[in-house]
Design a protein around this ligand. Structure first.
Ligand SMILES: Cc1cc2nc3c(=O)[nH]c(=O)nc-3n(C[C@H](O)[C@H](O)[C@H](O)COP(=O)(O)O)c2cc1C
Length: 179
């Protein structure tokens, strides 16, 4: 597999408040995949950010750094659990802080985990329009994983394969200059 030519930046946003998170496992795997292809990767764990500033009550250096990481990245991987049939509030409040059009020219990779397949449309009806609202182009193959696809915190091979596909698609779009 060829390496990404221009050492592009990929940021992974983990939108789960859980200490042990299935969606974060997939975001970390996506970043590792991108790194093996030559990308510079960074994980932003939204649960570790100061809550007041995340809610727009004042500012904090950690929030500014996270927003900066998202604005500098060419590819934004967003991972979230399904909460009440859509993305987490944690992911939403972070997206609310991103300036209008700040993801223009970037590629979005949605990664969602839910209890079962009942809310798999959270990828296409939740995360896809969320990305698009800020101008991102979203890969065709978003990722959805269920609880049954995790054993002892590890994701099933077919789920990792879906992440591989999504990351490779994002890298291909970025490499071709398509946004
Ligand atoms: C507050 C809350 C709401 C949830 N709502 C849903 C839901 O609507 N549909 C669903 O399939 N799973 C739902 N779940 C289950 C989580 O989406 C699922 O366990 C997910 O894999 C957790 O991801 P995480 O480990 O990254 O936090 C909910 C869990 C919590 C805590």
């Amino acid at each position: 597999m060829s390496n990404v030519r221009n050492n592009l930046a990929v940021v992974g946003l983990s939108g789960s408040p859980a200490a042990s998170s299935k969606s974060r496992v997939l975001v970390e795997y996506a970043l590792a995949r991108a790194a093996t292809r030559g990308a510079r990767v960074e994980l932003v764990d939204l649960a570790a950010l100061p809550a007041d500033a995340l809610l727009g009550r004042g500012s904090a250096p950690a929030i500014a750094a996270a927003l900066d990481a998202a604005s500098r990245a060419r590819i934004v991987v967003a991972g979230t659990p399904v909460y009440r049939a859509t993305y987490s509030g944690l992911l939403k409040v972070f997206f609310d802080l991103l300036p209008q059009d700040s993801l223009l020219g970037k590629i979005g990779v949605p990664i969602v985990t839910g209890h079962d397949r009942g809310h798999s449309l959270a990828v296409d009806h939740g995360l896809r329009p969320l990305f698009a609202s800020l101008g991102a182009t979203v890969v065709a193959g978003g990722v959805y994983g269920t609880s049954a696809q995790f054993q002892d915190g590890k994701a099933a091979p077919e789920l990792l394969k879906a992440v591989d596909h999504a990351v490779d698609e994002a890298l291909a779009l970025a490499g071709a200059g398509i946004t």
